[in-house]
Design a protein around this ligand. Structure first.
Ligand code: CO
Length: 213
């Protein structure tokens, strides 16, 4: 579809969607406008093929979303750290999901030796994940190595979520939020739960990363 047509189409789509939602529930937007109370924080990749609400099959209001290249959770990224703080301390989410996806361009780029300018420092943090699991990854042939790095990266970003002070503090009080690692398969459209044992992760890292007294 040419750009001009698609641009106009978006506003038509929007009006059709409003009509559809109001058809199901006349108060849908009024209720949503009052407040949000999502149980989930979703941290995923910016990739256009992995839209959080769509793959989860949930409506507006049900999931708080943060997306960036390769679903990274960096200590110095004020954006993701603010999202986590707000979701945990103010929205009181019960689950935090880090969702990667097989075929992730960010992860792939970090496995190559190209100089990508401004993207280098971002991708370098994925290379750090590679270094952590270097021997196991080197033993794998492609494409398994690529897939495994996507999975390792998700787990590592879950660990990074656990390092956040707000997450540790909240967990000590009422054992929420639980952190989950998922991978989305572009070919099948299916979500895979990596079955992260969050309590064990937290226990293991608190030796070094505990921030409460
Ligand atoms: Co990606």
């Amino acid at each position: 579809m040419p750009f001009g047509e698609m641009y106009t189409q978006i506003f038509e789509n929007n009006r059709a969607w409003v009509a559809e939602m109001k058809g199901k529930d006349p108060d849908f937007f009024e209720n949503l406008a009052r407040a949000q109370n999502p149980d989930f924080l979703y941290i995923g990749c910016s990739d256009s093929r992995v839209p959080a609400n769509v793959i989860m099959g949930v409506d507006p209001g049900q999931v708080f979303v943060h997306r960036n290249i390769a679903n990274m959770v960096l200590a110095t990224d004020l954006n993701v750290q603010s999202v986590i703080e707000y979701a945990v301390a103010h929205l009181d989410v019960k689950h935090i999901v880090v969702c990667g996806h097989y075929g992730c361009g960010g992860v792939k780029a970090a496995m190559q030796s190209a100089d990508l300018g401004l993207l280098n420092p971002w991708l370098r943090t994925i290379r750090d994940v590679y270094r952590l699991h270097h021997d196991e990854l080197q033993r794998l042939p492609e494409p398994q190595r690529f897939r495994k790095l996507v999975e390792f990266n998700v787990i590592e970003q879950c660990v990074n979520v656990a390092k956040a002070c707000s997450v540790q503090r909240h967990w000590l009080v009422d054992h929420t939020p639980t952190v989950h690692g998922w991978v989305y398969d572009l070919h099948e459209g299916l979500l895979v739960d990596l079955d992260l044992d969050f309590e064990a992760v937290l226990e293991r890292i608190r030796d070094v990363y505990r921030l409460d007294g």
